[in-house]
Design a protein around this ligand. Sequence first.
Ligand SMILES: [Cu+2]
Length: 116
Amino acid sequence: MRLSALSAILLFAIACGSESSPTSTNGSNKSYDVYTVATAFSPSDLVINAGDTVIFHITKAPDGDGHDVTFDATPGAPANIKVTLTGDISRVFNTRGSFHYNCFVHPGMTGDVQVK
Ligand SMILES: [Cu+2]
């Protein structure tokens, strides 16, 4: 019994090996930060677990414009974030899958969240 619990924990740790590093933890759910840096999202790729939160920290681009976070029309994608000059806006990812998003103000400014 004790041994199987230990191997379950070990398996869990191995399965989570490729995950991104959370910036905070609330119970079993974690929070990850994504920043806008000029006209890029950083980090632009995240691997998280279902139920985790991503906080988008949006700051004005050098061109004076804000940023939006618009997800591809994938079932389970969280609500889009409208063009924002400055603000910290969080989204909870409850559905497993790959979620690609764009800032349409800045062509080529994209990111991905993989929810395991
Ligand atoms: Cu942008």
